[in-house]
Design a protein around this ligand. Sequence first.
Ligand SMILES: [Zn+2]
Ligand SMILES: [Zn+2]
Ligand SMILES: [Zn+2]
Length: 344
Amino acid sequence: MKRKDKYQAQWIGSRNFAGNDLTWEHTIRPMLEPTIKNAKSLRLADEREEVIKLRTAFLDGLYKAYLKQLVPSQWLFHPQITDVAQFPIFHRIIHAEGEVGTMEDTFTAVISEFPDLVSAWVEERRERLRATLSDISTATGERAEKGQVDVLDLATSVFKCGQNNICRENRFPWSPQMPPGPLFGFGGAISHRCIKLVIHGCMGRNYPITPIIVASPEGSSTATVLVQLSGMDPTRATVIDMDEMDPLFVCCDCPPYVSNLDGNKRRVIHTWRSAVKHAMSKVHGVGNAWRILTPHEMDAVERPVDPIVNQPCWTCNHCSAYFDAHRSRQEVELHLSATYDPKE
Ligand SMILES: [Zn+2]
Ligand SMILES: [Zn+2]
Ligand SMILES: [Zn+2]
């Protein structure tokens, strides 16, 4: 739109250029001037957008270098660059008119304050996530009371990315038609990385975008049922409790399938996490029925392999080798055994 307007301005100008002074003053100038002014303001807006982009990219480089010095497990509890660029100290410089002090100097000056800035950001996120959960409290019943378990640690606190149809993360296999998958508790929500695919010609590139995390009523109500089936109290059972107990479930709404191996009818076995994801995929419309496997059945079945093992979302916790490109768990384990002494 902007580029097209500029070309349009040039074309009108050249078409009317051959004329005398009278034509210029009375006909051409009144028509041309607003077009030129408009083109100029569009050009200035474009230039400013470019300056903001360059300053943000420079901050991104400094921020990545800072993150690489941390223990990798801390990365997920740090904001994305889109959030860091909103910190007032950086926002002021990124959006300043004209020349400003260098970003490097500013970043170096606040580097000692950075852990505090990040802690404040994390606290603000906690409050925001608590507020989004209060919207679905009626769907999930009574929640943990003050002084007991932090509501954000509960297994029933299920979130999802609100950047529907844009965010590529947390959809596997990714498809714009697939609803976003579950983010479990505070850890799942804060560590979600929102990524948008932008196509340049025939190439696609991922760009970080500001995440919008919302509560998932379907996820929370399914988790409530699963916790109850596991014999625990939904107002107290945490994500860690469910992971440690690791019960298995079958969806009673999914028909059995015929196995290619022996022709017998079988059912898909779900972990509690994959059960919540299955419910949120909405294959059954609203709600579905679950049954927990008995201890005898648990011993008899082969445990399902969590698909996350094969997804390129793993990184070494000793170095930043996979900072820019995460890998499958197997690949990272090969790196670990080849690089580090297991006795250390
Ligand atoms: Zn997202
Ligand atoms: Zn099902
Ligand atoms: Zn490493």
